[in-house]
Structure formats: C-alpha cells, structure tokens
Design a protein around this ligand. Structure first.
Ligand code: ATP
Length: 353
C-alpha cells in the first residue's frame, strides 16, 4: 500500500461530465486492482455552477487546489451561454498558469491501423509525443486595444518567451526522450519571421541538446512541421514547441491518430502536481446524448496514474482502452454503435478482470 493520493475531479461542462464519469470509474478500478489508495474529490466548478452562483474558479481556490491535491482530472470547460469564455479562462488557463503547469504533454500514439486518416500509414508510423510550453507564449493575455469598435481599431498582443520558461520545457523534452529510450527531439519554431522569440528558443535548444549526446536534435519551421506530420509522421519521436504552435499542431496530430475522441493530455509541473484532461472540448452539439467517446478521458486517467508514479496502473487502463477498440466496443465517432456508458463499463470491467 502507498500513501493516499488526493485527486480533484472537475467534470466541468457538456461532454466533460459524460466522459469524466467513465474516466473516474476506470481510475477507481485501476486503483483497486493495484492496491493504490486514491481519494477522489469531485468539485462543482464549470459553466453551470458559474451561471448559478457567479463564481468561476477564483484564484484563491485555484491555489488551494494546488496545495491540497496531488492531481486533477478535468473533463472539459466551455459553454456558449458564458460570455468571454470566462469559465474556461479561469479553470483551464487559470490552473495552468497559477499552478505553473509548464509541461503540456500530448501523446500522439496510433492504437490501430484502421483509426488513422492517412493513406499507407500504420501503427508503427504514428508514435510520438508533443511537449507544448504551457505558461508563456501568446497566451498570457498581455496586450490591449485602442479605438475599439471603430475602423481605426488597433489591437496588440505580446508573445512572452523567457530563458527560464524555454529552458525548462526543452529540458523536460530531452529528459523524456532519454527516460523512454527515444533518440530524436525536434524543436518546432518560426525563427525566420519571429526572430526574437524563436531565436531564444533555438539558442536554448542547441545549448540543452549538448547535454544529451545520444539524442539527435533537429529544428523545423512550424509551417514545414504541419506538412511533415501529415507527410511522414514516422520521422518524429519527441516534438518540443511553444504554447501556440503546440496547441495547433497537437490538434492536427490528434486527427491522424484516431481523432479527438482518443486524444489525451497531461499538464505537468514535476515538482508539484499534474492535471490530466482530454484534448477535446465540451462539444455542446453532442452533450447529454450519450454518444461522446470516453476513451480520451480514460487515456487521460492513465496519464494521471503514470505521472502520480503508478505506471502499472496506467498500463492497465491503456490496455483496457485498447481492448475496447480491438473488440469494436466504441462510440459512433469511431464507427461503432455503443454509448458512452457502454464503452466506459467495458473499460472498467476489463480493468477489474
Ligand atoms: P471547445 O470547447 O474547445 O471550444 P468544442 O467543444 O466546440 O470546442 P470540441 O469538443 O473540441 O469542440 O470538438 C469539436 C467536435 O468534435 C465536437 O463538436 C464533436 O462533434 C466532436 N467531438 C469532440 N470530442 C468528442 C468525443 N469525445 N466524442 C465524440 N465526438 C467528439
């Protein structure tokens, strides 16, 4: 038995609620199987809660969550009725920034040949991870407008890159490569058009790479990377890039590995805490219909277990997800006829066997 790990579960909005129910069942089953003590604490934050109470997720509460929990399992946040995307900003971006979760890890791992949209590519061709910087770049909200709402309007938005922020995400990417016996790390940048920011990225990348002589370090412009991920994904093992480029490339890459219904992510600060969430949003178009694919959330639960130091439990959840796919127990987005609950039940039962 290990020390109890405290997990905050925030289902959030739309299909976040549907898929988190199944991911919670999967993680509980895996904990029981591997004798792991988990204390799962469901928190009500999300757009419904905001519309009812006027409370999104205040900074003090974000900091309390950071102090009181070892990990967070998040569903999805976003609701067309909430102006300015306030709940998503306070919950998703607020937790990333306030808890300094600087690594956004997005595995792009094709599970079955039939799931890729790329002609001629198979499982062994699509096996890489994206390290997206998660606390700087274009997402800090630094900027402003003048003459707003007129034809003279000026809008300015700043890109932030610090040596420390760039160094720690690049270091994390190389460490991951070494730990997983991978031999290639590629930095994706736009130094030709944005020289100050990506000049810093390239200098830090070249410096850090010197500490990893067994890892081949390469550099690629972001426009080229968008093309190469589609043309020859087999060349990539670890990609490290900025917040904006990582956001875009990881959605693109998710589509060649089975789509949003299978894309998981982890937001990590190795010294403090990890927040795992499916890449997809709240998908209001299918919320409550019982057809949301819960496997991205279950794979996020596996990432949570892995990052909490329980790799065997993570493998157990991963294998159950694979079993669901290989036995055709999948939702309509993957060509199946099963409901969210049926897929979730299959995964939980497979874990418990
Ligand atoms: P966001 O909340 O990020 O603004 P969104 O909620 O509008 O975005 P996403 O959830 O990211 O959109 O996904 C786009 C579309 O993909 C959805 O409208 C839905 O039809 C489909 N989709 C996303 N996730 C899933 C899923 N888990 N299962 C089935 N379909 C999905």
């Amino acid at each position: 038995m290990t020390q109890t790990k405290r997990i905050a579960v925030i289902p959030g909005d739309g299909i976040g609620v549907d898929v988190t129910r199944e991911a919670t069942a999967a993680i509980s089953a895996a904990a029981t199987k591997h004798n792991i003590l988990l204390d799962l604490d469901e928190l009500p934050y999300g757009s419904e809660y905001y519309l009812r109470t006027g409370i999104g997720l205040p900074r003090e509460e974000r900091l309390r969550i950071g102090r009181d929990y070892d990990g967070i399992l998040l569903g999805a946040v976003g609701d067309p009725r909430v102006p300015d995307n306030r709940t998503a900003r306070e919950i998703v971006l607020g937790l990333r920034f306030d808890l300094d979760l600087y690594i956004n890890l997005r595995p792009i791992l094709l599970i079955a040949d039939g799931l890729t949209s790329l002609k001629g590519k198979s499982v062994q061709d699509i096996q890489f991870v994206i390290f997206r910087e998660n606390t700087e770049g274009s997402y800090g909200g630094i900027g402003g407008q003048q003459h707003a709402g007129t034809t003279s309007e000026i809008a300015l938005g700043q890109i932030v890159a610090t040596w420390r922020g760039t160094h720690r995400i690049i270091r994390a990417a190389f460490e991951y490569a070494e730990k997983h016996k991978l031999t290639r790390v590629c930095v994706v940048h736009k130094q030709n058009a944005i020289p100050h920011v990506y000049g810093l990225w390239l200098r830090v990348f070249r410096q850090v790479a010197q500490d990893y002589p067994n890892v081949e370090a390469s550099e690629m412009l972001v426009d080229r990377a968008a093309m190469e991920i589609i043309r020859a994904p087999e060349q990539f093992q670890v990609i490290v890039t900025s917040n904006l480029f990582g956001d875009i490339l990881s959605d693109l890459a998710a589509m060649i590995a089975g789509g949003l219904g299978l894309a998981a992510s982890a937001n990590i600060n190795p010294e403090t805490l990890v927040l795992c969430e499916p890449v997809h949003g709240s998908a209001p178009d299918i919320a409550g219909k019982g057809i949301a694919n819960p496997l991205a959330a279950c794979l996020s639960a596996a990432l949570l277990m892995d990052n909490l130091g329980f790799p065997e439990a993570a493998v157990t959840i991963d294998n159950a997800v694979r079993a669901a796919i290989f036995s055709g127990c999948v939702t309509p987005d993957l060509g199946g006829t099963k409901t969210t609950r049926q897929v979730g039940a299959f995964v939980a039962e497979t874990i418990s066997k």
